[in-house]
Ligand binder design. Structure first.
Ligand SMILES: [Zn+2]
Length: 182
């Protein structure tokens, strides 16, 4: 995702891209590369303290990284998205949105200890779509980056329909690792 965002900026001359990361782990590589880069806005939440034990102490204005304790439920996560992510995304007006789509914060996923369910992911995805429609001509690139409970992933299919061309099959799209609407 980092390379894709860099490609959009450097090769396609976009001026503002957002990286939205709802994987349960913190995206430390993306943070390390883009901290202070005003062309990029990173919005994430992640379980903390948890591997890779980073992200909670970066106060750069382009890093909206929100550490959340284990057992945080989906309703609280959606509030974080509503109160902290969306105002920053609206103000930033990204020309393209890259989504690090990890589903390992699902409450049935043993990788971590968060409490999201399908409806929470569907709601978050809908908000991302709305921002993309308003500011980015609908352009979203997504990559499945986590999610280890196959039953939960399967049930996520068809919920949210985040990306044009997906045919409503979220699971298949995410496993195919990327879909671009131009
Ligand atoms: Zn993860």
């Amino acid at each position: 995702m980092l390379i894709a965002a860099r490609h959009a900026l450097d090769v396609h001359s976009l001026q503002r891209v957002a990286i939205v990361d709802f994987d349960v782990h913190h995206g430390n590589g993306i943070e390390a590369v883009f901290t202070g880069d005003s062309r990029v806005l990173m919005c994430s939440f992640f379980q903390h303290p948890f591997y890779p034990f980073s992200g909670a102490d970066n106060h750069a204005s382009n890093m909206v990284n929100v550490p959340l304790p284990a057992r945080t439920r989906g309703m609280a996560v959606c509030e974080v998205v509503d109160m902290l992510w969306l105002p920053k995304l609206e103000a930033f007006k990204p020309q393209m949105i890259f989504v690090s789509a990890g589903f390992d914060a699902h409450r049935e996923d043993d990788m971590a200890n968060m409490g999201l369910v399908e409806d929470d992911y569907a709601w978050i995805i809908e908000q991302i779509r709305t921002v993309a429609k308003c500011h980015a001509q609908g352009r979203i690139v997504s990559c499945l980056e986590g999610g280890y409970n196959l039953s939960a992933l399967g049930r996520q299919r068809g919920r949210g329909r985040p990306f044009a061309g997906a045919g409503g099959n979220l699971g298949r799209l995410l496993f195919s690792c990327g879909c671009v609407r131009t």
